[in-house]
Structures are given as structure tokens and as C-alpha cells.
Design a protein around this ligand. Structure first.
Ligand code: SF4
Length: 356
């Protein structure tokens, strides 16, 4: 495509977008705060899953000042179930920087936006172009696929060379006027028409500019990511009971789901059932300082985290004696108060089963 083609490309795309754009809550605004929250939530998460979270989050924290003043646990509680919890912790930290260093106003500058916690090149471009109408390019999952197909690019779009090519293209097609709207139209086209499998080329407004379509290579472009090998592991989650309360532990900064609360949890070797009970009792003693009497398994849950497929066996146990180790943050919590704590998804499922 040359510059004359770009102009036609944009016209056709915008004509399509004006009638086909989905009405999404974060599209009804040019408010940087709302755009930022939606873009962070949409990373790794579908639009349908994000909508209720977005609405709840904005009701609870309607402004950047409200978010900056929030307790981390309250932010995590609202994020519960969305996963990738560092996003929520970074949101709160970035809100504090915006309040302290920018008097609560988002900087209208890509480099300054990118210096905030959790804001990468794409998110900075989205905020800059949607909220401030700056000519800032964007490449995210949907536009990455779309640009690869338009260019017929068969290399690895995530490697340096491919990535540079796509960012250059993303910048070259932006107009001087309303670049934010064009970015939104490109993302929408990638999300709804130029989809990963069976792209809807027959209804695509930019079909005539598409190299992959011309050469019938839509299905092989972009090059798929190399698959990560999945490892199966088994963990146990042990709800230690003392009277009417159960022991919760706050997960530390170095662990996955940092800041969330969980029952005592660790990996076991399921291939050695003879020593399993002794191993569990001893591990609990080492991790908590408590001696326990192990009760029945309540439920077995399956879930995936990054490259792990986890089988989680959930037990109850009774505290017999011992004092909790001071190096960790613990709380004895009655089931009716579990809702006050942000829990990992599996801890919540287990907690529900412990609630009468
Ligand atoms: S013609 Fe097909 S492959 Fe090309 S951009 Fe449109 S939907 Fe995607």
C-alpha cells in the first residue's frame, strides 16, 4: 500500500466502523481513566467477561483518586476471577503515581504513560490515541493478526524484526485527524472480522488491500505461537479449622496470586500415596507451626496456570496444637466472612463448600 492507498483504506474502514462498531461501555467515553481500566482488563480477557468487572470496578472506584486511596485487598477483591493479578496491583500503584505526580491528570504523552506501572507500549498508545487523540500507533492481539494478514507477513510477529515491522505499519496508516477512532476501528475489525480461524473475508471492508487474502494464506498467517509444554502437577489445599474459624494465609509478593488470601497450599507427589498423610501433616507443621489432624478430602478441583495443569485436592483439618509462625500473615476467619477477603479462584470454590 502507498499513501494514496492508505487514504482509501481508512475511508473504507471508517465507513464500515460507523455502522458495525459494537456498543461497549468504554467506547462511550474519552475519559483516560475509564479507557485505561478497560484496556488493562481486556489484556488476556474477553470482552464479554470484562463488561461486568468493568462496571463493578467503576462503581466502586469512579475516579483515579478513589483507586489511589483504595486498600490493595479491596482492589484485588474486585479483580477476583479475572486472573493476572499483577494487573490489579499495578493499576493501584499507577493511580497513586498519577495522583501524586500528575495531580490526578493522566499525562497526554506516550513516553510518560509508558513510565507508569503496568502500562506497556500498546496500552500507552491506546490511552494516548483514544483519550487525547494523539497519533500513537497500537499493536495488540487483534491488530497484530490483522496487520500480519494485510502485509502477508509470514515471519514471527513477536520476534524483533516482525514486531518492528508491525509497529511501523501501525504508525504509517494513522491519519492526522482522529487517529484514535481509526485505532478503534482497526481493533474492532481484528476482533470481529479478521478473527483467528475462518476470518470473514467476504464481508471485510479492506479485503482489496489484503495480501493474505489475495494469496489465500489467511489460515497460515500469522505464524502460530510455539506451544508451551504443559506439565501436570498435584497440589493440596488444607483448610485448618479451629472452632468455627478456618486459617487463611496472605500470599507473599514472590508467589503467584500475590496479595490474595488462600488456605495452606503446597505441591505433593501423588505417586507415593503410602506416605501422603504423613507428608501433608509434616509440611503443614513446617509451613505454619501447627500440628493438625487431617480430615476428609472435600473436593478435587482442576485448573490451569501458565504452563501447569493443576489437580487440587482440598482437605479440612483440625488444629491440635502449636503456635502460628510469625513470618507469615495469617487470619482465622469464619466462613460467613470469607467474602471480605480476595481469594484465588480455587480458594473461593473451596471456601464456598465450607460455607454452611
Ligand atoms: S480479507 Fe480476510 S484476512 Fe484479510 S484483513 Fe480482511 S478478514 Fe482479514
Amino acid at each position: 500500500m502507498d499513501s494514496a492507498d492508505y487514504a482509501l483504506f481508512r475511508r473504507q474502514l471508517m465507513a464500515w466502523y460507523s455502522v458495525r462498531a459494537r456498543d461497549l461501555p468504554w467506547r462511550r467515553t474519552a475519559d483516560a481513566y475509564r479507557i485505561w481500566i478497560s484496556e488493562i482488563m481486556l489484556q488476556q480477557t474477553t470482552v464479554a467477561a470484562v463488561i461486568p468487572y468493568f462496571e463493578r470496578f467503576l462503581t466502586r472506584f469512579p475516579s483515579v483518586e478513589d483507586l489511589a486511596a483504595a486498600e490493595e485487598a479491596d482492589v484485588l477483591r474486585l479483580w477476583e476471577g479475572l486472573g493476572y493479578y499483577s494487573r490489579a496491583r499495578n493499576l493501584r500503584r499507577a493511580a497513586q503515581v498519577i495522583v501524586e505526580q500528575y495531580a490526578g491528570r493522566f499525562p497526554a504523552d506516550v513516553a510518560e504513560l509508558q513510565s507508569l506501572p503496568g502500562i506497556g507500549r500498546y496500552t500507552a498508545g491506546a490511552i494516548a490515541s483514544f483519550a487525547f487523540d494523539l497519533r500513537a500507533p497500537i499493536v495488540e492481539a487483534n491488530t497484530l493478526r490483522l496487520y500480519c494478514r494485510l502485509l502477508g507477513y509470514e515471519g514471527d510477529p513477536r520476534a524483533r524484526e516482525g514486531s518492528e515491522l508491525l509497529w511501523q505499519f501501525a504508525e504509517a496508516i494513522l491519519p492526522r485527524k482522529n487517529p484514535g477512532l481509526l485505532n478503534q476501528a482497526l481493533m474492532e475489525l481484528g476482533a470481529t472480522v479478521c478473527i483467528p480461524r475462518n476470518p470473514q473475508c467476504d464481508t471485510c471492508p479492506v479485503q482489496r488491500y489484503c495480501a493474505a487474502f489475495r494469496e489465500n494464506r489467511q489460515e497460515s498467517i500469522p505464524r502460530p505461537k510455539t506451544r508451551t509444554k504443559i506439565t501436570d502437577i498435584t497440589e493440596v489445599s488444607i483448610a485448618i479449622q479451629q472452632g468455627p474459624q478456618f486459617l487463611l494465609r496472605r500470599r507473599t509478593e514472590k508467589e503467584r496470586w500475590a496479595g490474595l488470601w488462600d488456605f495452606v497450599r503446597f505441591e505433593i507427589d501423588p505417586g507415593d500415596p503410602s506416605n501422603l498423610i504423613d507428608f501433608m501433616v509434616e509440611t503443614v507443621r513446617t509451613k505454619t507451626g501447627l500440628s493438625i489432624e487431617l480430615g476428609p478430602q472435600i473436593v478435587e478441583l482442576k485448573h490451569g496456570v501458565t504452563r501447569y495443569r493443576i489437580t487440587l485436592r482440598c482437605f479440612v483439618a483440625h488444629r491440635v496444637k502449636g503456635r502460628l509462625l510469625a513470618r507469615e500473615e495469617w487470619k482465622w476467619v469464619a466462613p460467613e466472612s470469607f467474602h471480605e477477603f480476595p481469594l484465588s479462584v480455587t480458594a473461593r470454590e473451596f471456601a464456598v463448600r465450607l460455607t454452611p
